[in-house]
Write a protein that binds this ligand. Structure first.
Ligand SMILES: [Zn+2]
Length: 224
C-alpha cells in the first residue's frame, strides 16, 4: 500500500497529546494502523512529550484530578499495566482485512456486512456510534463507481480516510489509507473510482454545507 496523503501535522500532534475529539481520533488511529510514517512520527512526538514532562517539578493539585476519556489504545495499555505506553498508537500493519483494527469494535470487521442506509442514488451511509455527549459526526460513506458526491463545504474541519477504492477531487486522487484533511471553508465534489467506487470514514466537526438547493432541502431527511 502506498500512502500519498497524510493528516496535517497539527492533527498528529493532537493525537500524540491525546487531545482529539473522539471522531477525529477514530480517523487518525485508523490511519496510523495503516501508515508507518505517521505512526513513527506520533511515537516520536510522544517521546518528546514524555521527556519534557519528566523535567517538570511536581506541584500539588488544588482540586480533584480531571477525568480523562480513555481511548482504546490507552485502555489496552492500562490493562497490561504498562503506563509508559499509555496513548501509544495502534501498531502499524496489524489489520486483518479492509477495516483498520481501531474501527473493528465500532463497525465490525467486514465492510460488506455494514448496515448501510441508502440516502441518494449511488450513495449510502452508516453513522458510526459515538460516546454520549461526543461532538461532531463520524460516518462511513459508500459511493457507487463513477458517482459524484454533491459539492459541499464544511462547518469546521473534515477528516476522511479511504477504506476501499478511491476518489478524485480538485486536490488529487485519494486511495486506501490516504487521509483528506480539509479545513473549514474548503469545498469539494469528490468523484468515486469508476471501477471500485469508494468507501471512506469521514469525521466532521459540523454539518456538511451543500451547494445544491435540492441537497440542502433533503439534508435533514438524509441525516447528512
Ligand atoms: Zn500517514
Amino acid at each position: 500500500m502506498t500512502i500519498s496523503h497524510h493528516p496535517d501535522i497539527a492533527n498528529l500532534m493532537c493525537c500524540a497529546a491525546g487531545s482529539q475529539p473522539e471522531t477525529f481520533a477514530a480517523v487518525i488511529a485508523s490511519h496510523l494502523s495503516l501508515c508507518k510514517t505517521c505512526c513513527c512520527e506520533v511515537r516520536r512526538m510522544q517521546q518528546i512529550g514524555v521527556a519534557l514532562f519528566d523535567k517538570l517539578e511536581p506541584v500539588g493539585m488544588s482540586g480533584p484530578a480531571p477525568v480523562v476519556a480513555m481511548r482504546a489504545g490507552e485502555a489496552d495499555a492500562d490493562a497490561k499495566g504498562d503506563p509508559s505506553s499509555v496513548s501509544a498508537p495502534a501498531p502499524c500493519g496489524q489489520n486483518a482485512g479492509e477495516v483498520p483494527r481501531p474501527l473493528v469494535p465500532l463497525i465490525g470487521a467486514d465492510l460488506d456486512q455494514v448496515a448501510w442506509r441508502w440516502v441518494a442514488p449511488g450513495i449510502w451511509i452508516f453513522p458510526v456510534p459515538l460516546s454520549k455527549g461526543c461532538c461532531g459526526e463520524l460516518r462511513l460513506i459508500k459511493v457507487a463507481p463513477g458517482k459524484t458526491m454533491p459539492e459541499h463545504g464544511h462547518a469546521g474541519q473534515e477528516l476522511t480516510l479511504i477504506l476501499r477504492g478511491s476518489y478524485t477531487d480538485a486536490f488529487g486522487t485519494y486511495r486506501v489509507g490516504d487521509v483528506a484533511d480539509l479545513d473549514e471553508g474548503v469545498a469539494h465534489g469528490p468523484v468515486a473510482c469508476p471501477e471500485k467506487g469508494c468507501i471512506c470514514l469521514m469525521a466532521t466537526e459540523g454539518k456538511l454545507i451543500f451547494k445544491s438547493p435540492v441537497a440542502r432541502l433533503l439534508q435533514p431527511l438524509l441525516g447528512l
